[in-house]
Design a binder for this molecule. Structure first.
Ligand SMILES: [Zn+2]
Length: 382
């Protein structure tokens, strides 16, 4: 359906009509994944000596190079025998079109698959969402808004059992940012292209790391608008045109030398960060309403989901285009269930021996080392 100048939307009926059976769905995915390259073996990457198998129904191919068979699902998150491509498409469609996301419990009822399988499926879709879908990797240019937010539980509203657990880990009377994920968002104003980076509660970056992040993702010479947080005070020295908007009130001297409250600024000429801040509003509503909470170690996956959904505004691109870009990004994005749920042992250890300063110092060093590796890597980690 067309709404004025907006993009073409796709109803659930249209979607089901498009993908009447598994064969049609598989053909569609083949046409996207192999559009530019022709048929590629998912096991060895060869494009030669490939023959379709006699059993056409399954659309399996024989690769003469590695002498084994494959389908379009091989080497993608869909390489899962129990979930059909149609269900993958439907899940991706529902996740993409729901502004505040969709919980695994809800989706499990809609797809008729167990909640555990759906949770794993959704996490793998989120993994693909983070693949810098349209532009591969490029630096942001022009005008860039940068802001950070903290996502986490409100301790005051927890029940006694949860509160005791939380306090054992993070200490009593902790307020504000303690125990929360930090998400940094960079948004190119002209295109709306976004990059979100999530940090675990025990890996909240300091100013030098934030500056490294900005240097990595934003082209020098770009104009950067931020709020007045201390992270962003020295961006001019890094070769950016930077301006900060003041969100809090403070004291300043007026013409007669008396103290007066400075008004709080939201928009100063072109310097505003409202674009990225409205993203946080959407994310926080989803956090509270749809997901209720998510595990801090998976925050980057959820951040991927939101950056993908909000990219270019969710009304300016045809739904089928967005589905296509998601499925084309799935190649190579595989993760096993075990890898996904593996315990962050370091995080657990921190809870136990937080009071030992020497240990904390070593841990901080180890973490900084880890973060360095992280930034040298060329893509956003899942
Ligand atoms: Zn092969």
């Amino acid at each position: 359906m067309k709404h004025g100048d907006n993009a073409e939307t796709l109803s659930q009926d249209d979607l089901r009509a498009m993908f009447k059976n598994e064969d049609k769905a598989v053909k569609w995915v083949e046409s996207i994944v192999w559009r530019k390259t022709g048929i590629v073996c998912g096991k060895c990457g060869s494009t030669e000596k490939i023959k379709p198998r006699a059993n056409k129904r399954e659309r399996r191919y024989w690769c003469g190079a590695c002498r084994s068979t494959f389908t379009v699902k091989t080497n993608t998150p869909m390489a899962d025998a129990n979930i059909g491509v149609r269900q993958w498409i439907e899940a991706a469609y529902l996740l993409m079109t729901a502004r505040f996301g969709i919980s695994s419990y809800q989706l499990s009822k809609q797809l008729g698959i167990t909640q555990k399988s759906v949770w794993y499926l959704l996490q793998r879709i989120r993994l693909a969402c983070g693949a810098n879908l349209e532009m591969k990797f490029r630096k942001l240019t022009g005008t860039v808004e940068i802001d950070e937010t903290f996502l986490g539980p409100v301790v005051g509203r927890m029940n006694d059992v949860d509160k005791a657990k939380w306090e054992a880990k993070w200490g009593k009377n902790q307020r504000g940012t303690k125990g929360k994920n930090m998400v940094i968002g960079l948004r190119e104003r002209e295109t709306g292209y976004r990059i979100y980076l999530a940090f675990k509660p025990n890996q909240i970056p300091r100013k030098p790391t934030v500056e490294k992040i900005i240097a990595k993702y934003v082209e020098p010479g770009a104009t950067i608008y931020t709020d007045e947080a201390s992270y962003y005070t020295d961006l001019c020295n890094l070769g950016y045109k930077a301006e900060a908007v003041k969100h809090s009130t403070g004291k300043e001297k007026d013409a007669e030398g008396k103290d007066r409250e400075t008004p709080c600024e939201w928009v100063k000429g072109l310097a505003w960060t409202n674009g990225i801040e409205s993203d946080w509003a959407v994310m926080k509503r989803a956090w509270k309403g749809t997901y209720v909470h998510w595990s801090t170690k998976h925050c980057q996956l959820y951040a991927n989901e939101f950056s993908f959904r909000l990219d270019k505004g969710n009304v300016k691109r045809d739904t089928i285009d967005r589905l296509e870009s998601l499925f084309s990004a799935m190649v190579g994005k595989t993760i096993t269930y075990k890898e996904l749920i593996k315990r962050d042992t370091e995080e657990n250890r921190t809870g136990a021996v937080r009071r030992d300063p020497a240990f904390n110092r070593d841990l901080r060093k180890a973490r900084e080392e880890q973060q360095r590796d992280w930034w040298e890597d060329d893509c956003i980690p899942y």
